[in-house]
Write a protein of this length. Structure first.
Ligand code: PLP
Length: 379
């Protein structure tokens, strides 16, 4: 028997004190008690997103906030640009289509990042685009984009920059206001050490001008409705109030650790996993590898669809395989959130044993030793 260990890029492990909070008796939400909680969570999320703008807490998975970022921002027939560098970029494009926007799709080779120069050229071609939608980390390919550089070029135009920070915020250095990101979207079940069920979104003043002038394309996920309620620390609909109460435990842990330390430790775990892969003769899929999630190429001769299954079923380590065109070609490991150095060593060890079981020549411990050397430097 093995302990179940979550290494897929969402949902990620949740600390015990947060889980226990979810077991406490239910309470009413139209109360001063709840308003205080939402006020605190808003402040904590402002810190984690590095913004002074209001952060709205939406009930739903990350895609609910993505939907709000399209439906409340781009009117029917207006133009938007969707950066499609993987599965989550496709979601921006699908949302635009659903809400009747005129979508310009920019197809970026999977595993590579769009560059600020490419964005600059795009905006020259499409000066009438209301917004450019991208990821901070494209989780399907484990690729990080240079949002600071992209924000610099978008900031010179009328177009808004909308960033899906779902595997970025809370894991990678991210400064919404300082960089000049117009809309940031986050989900609870990746770097924030929470179950799925809450999504967060913040908008710049430039974005609010557009939102206030746009007839909302959705009722439930209307940003105007959220703004109106938050003025009295309230939600427009019944909130997931038990999740809000529990979220404060996890955001409290992030604050206690220090946001910059959380980023640095996430990076060290990523460095350790990359060192392990190299020592095992494995290569990374991404040309711009993220520190929040790593995609390792399945080596020649190994059944790539079996690898994550063996890791989970024989060793308890749940990683994710590839999606669509990457099915059977990569395995993806999260190192965000409530994961420590010893969890990572267990995952590397399980990777070695699963590879050995599937016929790959492994010298047991080589990957673990390489990872441990990197992790020991941080202790
Ligand atoms: C997980 C994830 C999402 C959100 O997906 P949901 O299933 O709705 O939570 C969106 N974008 C990225 C980059 C993600 O990693």
């Amino acid at each position: 028997m093995f302990k179940p260990r979550l290494f897929a890029p969402g949902p990620t492990p949740v600390p015990e004190e947060t889980l226990l909070e979810l077991a406490r008796p239910m309470f009413h939400h139209r109360t001063a008690e709840y308003r205080k909680m939402l006020e605190q969570l808003t402040a904590d999320m402002q810190h984690i997103m590095q913004t002074k703008q209001a952060v709205f807490t939406i009930t739903g998975s990350g895609s609910a906030a993505m939907e709000a970022a399209v439906a409340s921002v781009v009117a029917r027939g207006e133009k938007m640009i969707a950066v499609r560098a993987g599965k989550f970029g496709e979601r921006w494009s699908d949302l635009g289509k659903t809400f009747g926007s005129s979508v310009v799709n920019v197809d970026v080779e999977w595993g590579t990042a769009i560059t600020p120069q490419e964005v600059e050229d795009l905006l020259k071609q499409h000066p009438d685009a209301v917004a450019l939608y991208t990821q901070h980390c494209e989780t399907s390919t484990a690729t990080v984009f240079d949002i600071e550089g992209i924000a610099k070029v978008v900031g010179k135009t009328k177009t808004l920059l909308v960033v899906d920070g779902i595997t970025g915020v809370g894991a990678l250095p991210f400064y919404m206001d300082k960089w000049g990101v117009d809309i940031t979207v986050v989900g609870s079940q990746k770097a924030l050490m929470l179950p799925a069920g809450l999504a967060f979104i913040a908008c710049s003043e430039k974005a609010w001008k557009q939102i206030d002038a746009t007839p909302p394309g959705a009722l439930y996920n209307s940003l105007r409705a959220y703004k109106k309620s938050l003025a009295t620390w309230d939600n427009p609909w019944t909130p997931a109030n038990a999740m809000v109460r529990a979220a404060l435990k996890s955001t409290g842990l992030i604050k206690a650790e220090g946001l910059e330390k959380v980023w640095a430790e996430t990076r060290r775990r990523a460095d350790a996993l990359r060192a392990a892969a190299k020592a095992l003769g494995l290569t990374l899929y991404s040309k711009s590898p993220s520190d929040s999630v790593t995609a390792i190429n399945v080596p020649e001769g190994v059944d790539g669809e079996a690898l994550p299954k063996v890791m989970a079923n024989s060793f308890g380590v749940r990683v994710a395989g590839g999606q669509s065109q990457l099915k059977g070609k990569i395995v993806r490991f999260s190192h965000m959130g409530y994961t420590d150095a010893f969890d990572l060593l267990a995952a590397v060890s399980a990777l070695e044993m699963a590879l050995g079981k599937l016929g790959y020549k492994v010298e047991y411990g080589v990957g673990v030793a390489a990872a441990q050397k990197v992790l020991a430097k941080g202790c």
